[in-house]
Design a protein around this ligand. Structure first.
Ligand SMILES: Cc1cc2nc3c(=O)[nH]c(=O)nc-3n(C[C@H](O)[C@H](O)[C@H](O)COP(=O)(O)O)c2cc1C
Length: 306
């Protein structure tokens, strides 16, 4: 059936067949959900964060379910660029969708190196820069909390790649509009937000933290209203596209982000509960548009009436 609604969206130099994507770290290296659905239905497939060196991640337990969400402290476990190239890139050729590689490093040098190495991989369309990582040289404070540091990093990574560069913002930034403007002015093609929110939970009887790392990142429906607010504020501060992330479970949730100003959305935690949620969200957005007489999803982007 040919869709009556144009669900395609443009972000920088690429057009995406629809605005629904996976979120980094919740969708493996792009093929793991293959038993449930063909990842090519997605507008974009965002891969797990990759760094130069292989990373084992944090000790267990690394995940704890909370009221309306979950705390994870995976510790950015990944295979490292060499194994990524050898084992994870070849299967991506078969996925007829845009592929977004999420990258990170322990210092600026590593960020530049991973960006340079990813730049030469043809199968990748976009690099998404995760700046919610501890800056070892600055006592472990996230790169993503300081607009000057985030801007410098964006400018350096910009020089290292000709691919579309999305900068994924941390919810720990005190002024998300200032942060969004800083990365835009340093060469970001788009902004994705939000990453998970630093959080903790305690097993009262054992007096022990629920995740071995003590502090983890909160994701899922609990964070959605915060994420929608941040997308709205970021969209007002910049003129580059925004990709909204945080607690999306349904098509209506995704539409909230789009109306707040997002050109596309990423879905993470919801996929752990229902791996078919991506199909439901795409269909639900299309049905909403049909019901409302909207022929092109782009009409809804930033259409909030305040
Ligand atoms: C288990 C897990 C692993 C994650 N790993 C990454 C990662 O490697 N890089 C990154 O930028 N974000 C990572 N995230 C954050 C998600 O991409 C997303 O920003 C966040 O979970 C909020 O979306 P959600 O509520 O739909 O899950 C991870 C989240 C979870 C739950």
């Amino acid at each position: 059936m040919v869709s009556k609604v144009d669900l395609s969206v443009k972000i920088a130099n690429h057009t995406y067949k629809n605005p629904v994507m996976s979120a980094s770290g919740t969708f493996g290296y792009g093929t793991e959900f293959g038993d449930f659905f063909n990842p090519a239905i997605l507008g974009g497939v965002v891969l797990k964060g990759v760094s130069v060196a292989r990373v084992e991640g944090n000790p267990s337990p690394r995940i704890y379910e909370t009221t309306a969400g979950m705390i994870n402290a995976i510790g950015l476990q990944n295979v490292g660029i060499d194994i990524f190239l050898k084992d994870k890139v070849p299967p991506l050729k078969k996925i007829d969708s845009k592929i977004i590689a999420n990258i990170w490093g322990r210092d600026i040098k590593e960020y530049i190196e991973i960006a340079e190495r990813m730049d030469s991989i043809q199968e990748l369309d976009v690099l998404e820069l995760n700046i919610s990582c501890p800056n070892i040289k600055k006592g472990g404070i996230e790169f993503g909390v300081d607009p000057v540091v985030a801007g410098e990093m964006t400018a350096l990574v910009r020089k290292a790649t000709g691919k579309d560069l999305w900068v994924k913002l941390s919810p720990s930034a005190s002024n998300i509009g200032v942060m969004a403007k800083a990365v835009q002015d340093s060469g970001a093609d788009a902004i994705s937000l939000i990453n998970s929110i630093p959080a903790m939970a305690i097993d009262v009887k054992r007096r022990k933290p629920r995740v071995a790392n003590v502090i983890g990142g909160l994701s899922g429906p609990a964070i959605k209203p915060i994420a929608v607010r941040m997308v709205y504020q970021a969209a007002k501060a910049v003129n580059i596209p925004i990709v909204g992330i945080g607690g999306i479970m349904t098509a209506m949730d995704a539409l909230e982000f789009i109306i707040a100003g997002a050109s596309a959305v990423q879905v993470g935690t919801a996929g752990f509960i229902n791996p078919h949620v991506f199909e439901d969200i795409i269909e639900g957005i299309e049905q909403f548009c049909l019901d409302e007489g909207i022929e092109d999803i782009k009409e809804l982007i930033g259409s909030i009436r305040v």
